[in-house]
Design a binder for this molecule. Structure first.
Ligand code: NGO
Length: 493
């Protein structure tokens, strides 16, 4: 019998029981019914997807009144903070969860159980069937992330929202915005206005403009992500990768001379002035202003490639800055180099190396830190797929879809076991990426691969079984106009 959408889910749920004797059909009279007030935002997100494609009104009602989609609270405790149960009956699809996150994740699964045309932005003919099933699901790791570098090339709020929509469909729950680097400062800081006036005026390649977010636009992006169950993590990379700030303010340079704006793609040539007090006032003003408009618990301080900062100065810098982040109520995350400067086991090192051993990361894991896994030669979305790939870089090697899939985050780094893994995050650096179409060519299909690695069980990790499921997502991506890379390694539907 032809595979139903039940065999096509990405990420794969923990437990799926087909009910071949049952089919549910969404009809014009269907309602989205809240048996739990906490399910309203997930319900609104589902409605925003299904109303345009079905043309149905799909009212959201309080209380369970009859046919349609029902969101309830009394889920099996086994599903934890982010899991859900989804049960298909002839008249109802019931999604049980204990948190909004669980309902968002159940909604993502329901979207994939409906026909691909349910993703269309215009009214499509039915039927809108859902195959009979009983699903119990929850994530392997608490952090499934996507990072977008908006510094090398700036992306408008609408372009960022498009990517947020796309990652939400795969139960990604953290969106990491790389907001400053050598080439651009992308978020206005009211106490340091030149950061965007000057530092946000250009990008790689030299395009000129107001290439930055106002704080209102940033707050809107944060809310947009939250309405899809996604928490934003802002990154201001320091003490390296700081040329844009140092081109904006002379006093941020040890020689009190503004740096020229930089539109190339080298790394490692910049460093804040570790010995000057104003550097720490600058950092505190940035952390204070950004933390005030960031509801999520994490602040990413970068810390990578501080090649122009002497080691002793790097340690001094981190010893001053880590307490500042804590002072404003946030937990520091950063590229893994910073973790050698602190014994604080609540901080999150993001591993981006190309080796399978790092003594400082292993030591931190053994002390109790949870590691966020972003190995560049496995899950950097800016890595070329192969030598024919036009976009992207290849310093970490070529990463075809199967390469991105063929590793186990819980057994990848020496001395770092499953219990020490916080999750998986797929960074997309944008030295060569300029448009949504470029983002999609690199993120699809490898972002869904990262989502599978972050969500599904190690026991279900099997390329021969995963590839057909990934291929079955193709029609959905076509309907959404996603410019995905049709890798020859994947049996596309
Ligand atoms: C953490 C990290 N620092 C570097 C490295 O990753 O490679 C990226 C390109 O792949 C580059 O853009 C980034 O500045």
């Amino acid at each position: 019998e032809a595979a139903t959408t039940l065999q096509e889910l990405v990420p794969q749920p923990v437990q799926t029981t087909p009910r071949a004797d049952i089919t549910f059909a969404l009809t014009a009279e269907a309602k989205i019914q809240l048996g739990a007030a906490t399910a309203r935002k997930p319900a609104e997100h589902l409605a925003s997807i299904l109303r345009p494609s079905t043309g149905f009104q799909l009212p959201i009602t309080d209380g369970v009144t009859g046919d349609g989609i029902v969101l309830l609270n009394n889920a099996d405790p086994k599903v934890g903070q982010e899991g859900y149960q989804l049960d298909v009956t002839p008249k109802q699809v019931i999604i049980r969860a204990n948190t909004p996150a669980g309902h968002f994740n159940g909604v993502s699964t329901l979207r994939q159980l409906l026909p691909p045309k349910s993703e269309a932005k215009t009214k499509q003919p039915g039927p809108w069937t859902v195959p009979g099933a009983s699903i119990l699901d929850y994530p392997r790791y608490q952090h499934r992330g996507a990072m977008l570098d908006v510094s090398r090339h700036f992306f408008t709020p609408d372009q960022v929202k498009r990517y947020i929509d796309q990652i939400a469909a795969f139960k990604i729950n953290y969106f990491h915005l790389h907001l400053s680097d050598d080439q651009g400062w992308r978020l206005e800081i009211t106490s340091w206005p030149e950061l965007t006036k000057i530092g946000g005026s250009t990008e790689v390649g030299g395009r000129k403009g107001n290439l930055f977010y106002t704080q209102a636009q940033y707050k809107d992006l944060v809310a947009y992500a939250a309405n899809r169950g996604i928490t934003v993590i802002p990154e201001f990379d320091m003490p390296g990768h700081t040329n844009a700030a140092q081109a904006s303010y002379a006093e941020l340079n040890c020689d009190n001379k503004k740096r020229p704006l930089y539109t190339g793609t080298d790394v490692g040539f910049s460093s804040l002035c570790i010995s000057k007090e104003i550097t720490y006032k600058f950092v505190e003003d940035v952390v204070r202003e950004v933390s005030a408009i960031t509801p999520g618990p994490y602040f990413h301080i970068g810390g990578d490639e501080a090649l122009s900062t002497p080691d002793a100065d790097y340690v001094k810098f981190m010893n001053r800055v880590l307490p500042i982040v804590k002072k404003y109520g946030k937990t520091t995350t950063g590229w893994h180099e910073f973790i050698k400067t602190t014994k604080d086991t609540t901080l999150v090192p993001q591993f981006w190396g190309t080796t399978t051993s790092d003594a400082n990361v292993a030591a931190a894991a053994q002390r109790g830190n949870k590691i966020l896994m972003s190995p560049a030669n496995r899950i950097y979305l800016d890595m070329k797929y192969n030598k024919n790939t036009k976009l992207g870089l290849n310093w970490a090697g070529y990463v075809e879809v199967k390469d991105a899939y063929s590793w186990n985050p819980g057994a990848y780094l020496n001395g770092v076991t499953e219990a020490s893994i916080r999750g998986v995050e797929a960074p997309l650096w944008t030295e060569t990426i300029k448009t949504s179409s470029d983002i999609e060519q690199m993120a699809f299909p490898r972002l869904p691969v990262a989502a599978e690695l972050g969500w599904s069980t190690a026991a279900n990790h099997n390329w021969d079984r995963f590839a057909p499921r990934l291929g079955a997502q193709g029609p959905r991506w076509k309907i959404q106009g996603i410019n995905y890379y049709a890798s020859t390694q994947v049996p596309w539907k």
